[in-house]
Structure formats: structure tokens, C-alpha cells
Ligand binder design. Structure first.
Ligand code: GDP
Ligand code: IMO
Ligand code: MG
Length: 424
């Protein structure tokens, strides 16, 4: 049974949740290995919509095991709320099917305040974060001042460490004139949520290792996307973890040697939420998609910025992740387009470049070089067989393969579970 890494190939929200849900049927364990509740993964099944933030999308399949790995950052209040919402939708969650790494780092209320403070300080140049405290939690991890889930087993030590960290954060907040965190007022709610999670804790690296040794297959559910990766993304307009394929191994404790396949999930066009460069952004195209009710964020509800498919980004994402296959989602979003543009290169200071630059200053000097392809002007949402896709739609998929040298094996023609087509 293959162990598969699912990676976002663009700036997140590519439809990873839907693809993970689709592939969970043939997997045993689904693991998250980076990010936190900045993620919002939507799965639609029989007209019921589930939005997952920290809980792996595999939880929607009753007989599957789910793991939140060491590389994830966890806001206990957010996670407990999410579990309760899912339980309210009839999803069963217990220590039997959800194991949380005792090494995962904890997001405190102070981290959220620091996130807001940093954004406020940046003014017009703000990153446009999700406000979930992700950057400050990972910063504490790197500074070696963070708190791990295992600390929750010793409430007195945990409380003391959380108090010290909150006092330090308050110094920063005071310095920039922002409201300080009232530790005594906020801690009880936080502690109550944290206690609810203790029974889920375990050594998830050992759990995954044992599962794989026993012949079980693991699906790694990436969050965010390649261009939000702290190393390979459009820095500093990125998130604070490694969202690329390697992050699945470091964030789970699973060896790269047991990975069989990496699937890149890309939209048939491009979107991004928050600030930062976006070469193929197109206001008219954005307006069209928003009018169709598409492209509003699952976590913050923000309207996503939209633009044409950027093959420069997709090609580079293939390099840094090693995609074996590409899942192309929301092909139906292009159903009404008479003609479709794809960006095949960038013009940079009078030259043509085919890989992304590394600084904001260089990004600002890039312009898209487009090729125009004919649309298919037909409704694909009712199609259930890959070979029934219109000829021009298939030519569009071929263009992606031509640019990346990777086959498009899955195509999305709607949000529902049954609207994912596998190449036949
Ligand atoms: P993720 O963060 O990568 O899991 O993606 P999100 O769930 O944030 O955003 C993807 C959005 O597109 C969600 O609203 C999905 O329900 C929706 N979606 C996924 N695949 C398709 C598709 O093939 N067609 C359409 N129309 N919507 C899709
Ligand atoms: P999923 O898993 C889209 C973006 C934010 C911001 C930047 C940094 O649903 O694809 P952060 O809160 O992480 O410090 O914000 O990253 N961002 C996402 N954009 N999808 C996501 O997750 C995102 N998670 C973070 O909008 O630009
Ligand atoms: Mg999302």
C-alpha cells in the first residue's frame, strides 16, 4: 500500500481537503504534519459541508486513523471547538481515531496577540496572516522557548511556563501600545480546552512507524501550499512552516525512504489570500469567479485574489516537491471562459525567465508571458468519467503536463466527493 504526500502546489486552498478525502478510501492513516488552524480544508459529501482546520480530513471516514504530527502547531481552544463542531455534524472523534503528537507546539492566547501586533506594526506592508498566532508559535519553537503538548500532562509546570511566556509577550505588546493579555482571566478557558486533549496525546512518530511496518498506508495531508513555504515561497509573504513535501517527513517523524508518491494539488487557475506577489492576478477574472460564489476563504471568509494558471510556479513546485502526479481541481471554474490564458514564463528586465525570483524587489519587476488556449464552453460538473471531458479541457490538462512533465491523474469538476475524476 502506498504512502502518499499531498502538497498544495500554489498559495494554498487548492482543494487538498477534497483530494485527501477522495484518497482516504484507499489509505489507513491520515496525518497532518505542519501548519495549524490557519488551514481551512473543505470537504463536501452528499451536500454536507465539513470545514477542517487542525483535524485531518480523514476523520470523515469512520474506520480510519488520524494523526496530528509533531510539526503542527495547536491552539487547544480552536481544536476543541473544531472537534465539537464536527461532533455536532455526526463525526465520531475519540482517542481511538485521533492521536495528537506530544511534541507538537502549543499556540497560546499571547501568540495570537503577538500575531495581531506584528501585523499592525507592518501597516500597509502587512502579510495578511490568518491571525491565528501561527508565526509567533513557530518563532517560539525556533527560539526554544515554546511549549509542547506533553507539557499539558503536568498542569502546574504548564501553567507556570505559560505565565512566563505570556508575561514576555506582554512586554512586547506594551511596547507597541497594544492591549496586554490578562493571563488569569484567559487561562482557565485555555486550560479547560487543553485538558480535553490530554487523552489524545501519544508518540505519533512511533505510531506511524508501527502502522507502516505493519503494512498500513499513510496519507500525509499538507496544509497551505508551496509558495507559502518558509524556504521556497514568496518570502516574506509566506507562512512559518515547510509546506513542501519534505515538511511531511520532518513534521511527522516518518523517514523519506518510505514515501512512495507525492501528489501536487493545483487549481486549474491560481488564487491567493493575503498580501504578496501574484504575477497572473486578474481583477476581471476574480470578479467572474466571485460572482459564481467561488473563492471565499474557508478560515477567514476573505475573498481570494484570483488569476490565470501560472506554469512557472507549477514547474518550480514540481522541482521542490518531486511530484509524481498532479490533481487539478476546479476545472469547472473555467467552464464559461471563451479563451484561457496560461503563464508560461516571466519577462524580467527585458529577459525571459522560467523560474521564480527570490526577492520582493525582483518579483516587482516580473511580468507574465501568456499563451492563450481555447476554452471548452460547456458544463463539466456532471461529468463522471475522465475520458468524457471536452477535448479542449483535455488539451488544457496536456498543457500542464507539457510544462511540468507530470501526469494529471485526478481532476475536480465540483466540490462534491463524487466530482473527482481519476484518469481512466
Ligand atoms: P484546501 O485548503 O486546499 O483544502 O482548499 P479549500 O477547501 O480551502 O478551498 C477549496 C474550495 O474549492 C473549497 O470550497 C472546495 O469545496 C472547493 N472545491 C474543491 N475542488 C473543487 C472542484 O473541483 N470544483 C469546485 N467547483 N469546487 C471545488
Ligand atoms: P490551507 O491549508 C491559503 C496565508 C495567509 C497569509 C500567509 C501567512 O487552507 O491551504 P499565517 O496565518 O499562516 O501566518 O499567514 O499565509 N495562509 C493561507 N492561505 N490557505 C491556507 O491554508 C493558508 N494558511 C495561511 O493568508 O497570506
Ligand atoms: Mg483552505
Amino acid at each position: 500500500m502506498p504512502n502518499i504526500i499531498i502538497v498544495g502546489a500554489q498559495w494554498g486552498d487548492e482543494g487538498k481537503g477534497k483530494i485527501v478525502d477522495f484518497l482516504t478510501e484507499t489509505s489507513d492513516v491520515v496525518a497532518r504534519s505542519q501548519g495549524g488552524n490557519n488551514a481551512g480544508h473543505t470537504v463536501v459529501n452528499n451536500d454536507t459541508k465539513y470545514v477542517l482546520h487542525l483535524v485531518p480530513s480523514g476523520i470523515l471516514w469512520e474506520d480510519k486513523q488520524c494523526v496530528i504530527g509533531n510539526g503542527v502547531v495547536i491552539d487547544p481552544i480552536g481544536l476543541v471547538q473544531e472537534i465539537e463542531t464536527l461532533e455536532g455534524q455526526g463525526v465520531k472523534i475519540s482517542p481511538e481515531n485521533l492521536t495528537i503528537s506530544e511534541r507538537a507546539h502549543i499556540t497560546l492566547p499571547a501568540h495570537r496577540s503577538l500575531d495581531a501586533a506584528r501585523e499592525a506594526g507592518l501597516g500597509q506592508k502587512k502579510i495578511g496572516t490568518t491571525g491565528r498566532g501561527i508565526g509567533p508559535t513557530y518563532a517560539d519553537k525556533a527560539l526554544r522557548t515554546g511549549l509542547r503538548m506533553a507539557h499539558l500532562r503536568d498542569p502546574d509546570t504548564f501553567r507556570e511556563k505559560a505565565r512566563v511566556r505570556t508575561e514576555e509577550a506582554n512586554e512586547v505588546l506594551k511596547g507597541v501600545g497594544l492591549e496586554e493579555v490578562d493571563f488569569d482571566a484567559t487561562f482557565p478557558e485555555f486550560e479547560k480546552a487543553a485538558k480535553r486533549l490530554v487523552t489524545h496525546l501519544g508518540d505519533t512518530a512511533v505510531k506511524l512507524h508501527t502502522a507502516i511496518k505493519g503494512g498500513k498506508s499513510v496519507l500525509f495531508e499538507g496544509s497551505q501550499g508551496t509558495y507559502l513555504d518558509i524556504d521556497h515561497g514568496t518570502y516574506p509573504f509566506v507562512t512559518s512552516s515547510n509546506t513542501t513535501a519534505g515538511g511531511a517527513c520532518t513534521g511527522s517523524g516518518v523517514s523519506p525512504r518510505v514515501i512512495d508518491c507525492v501528489v501536487g494539488v493545483a487549481k486549474a487557475y491560481t488564487t491567493r489570500v493575503g498580501g504578496g506577489p501574484f504575477i497572473t492576478e486578474d481583477a476581471e477574472f476574480s470578479a467572474k469567479l466571485h460572482a459564481l460564489g467561488l473563492e471565499f476563504g474557508a478560515t477567514t471568509g476573505r475573498a481570494r485574489r484570483c488569476g490565470w494558471l501560472d506554469l512557472v510556479l507549477l514547474r518550480y513546485a514540481t522541482i521542490v516537491n518531486g511530484f509524481d502526479e498532479i490533481a487539478l481541481t476546479i476545472l469547472d471554474g473555467l467552464d464559461d471562459m471563451e479563451s484561457i490564458q496560461v503563464c508560461v514564463a516571466y519577462e524580467f528586465d527585458g529577459n525571459t525567465i522560467t523560474t521564480p525570483p527570490s526577492t520582493m524587489e525582483e518579483w516587482a519587476r516580473c511580468k507574465p508571458v501568456y499563451e492563450t488556449l481555447p476554452g471548452w464552453l460547456s458544463d463539466t460538473t456532471g461529468i463522471r468519467k475522465f475520458s468524457d471531458l471536452p477535448e479542449n479541457a483535455r488539451a488544457y490538462l496536456d498543457k500542464v503536463t507539457e510544462a511540468t512533465d507530470v501526469p494529471v491523474t485526478l481532476v475536480g469538476v465540483g466540490p462534491d466527493r463524487e466530482q473527482t475524476l481519476r484518469r481512466d
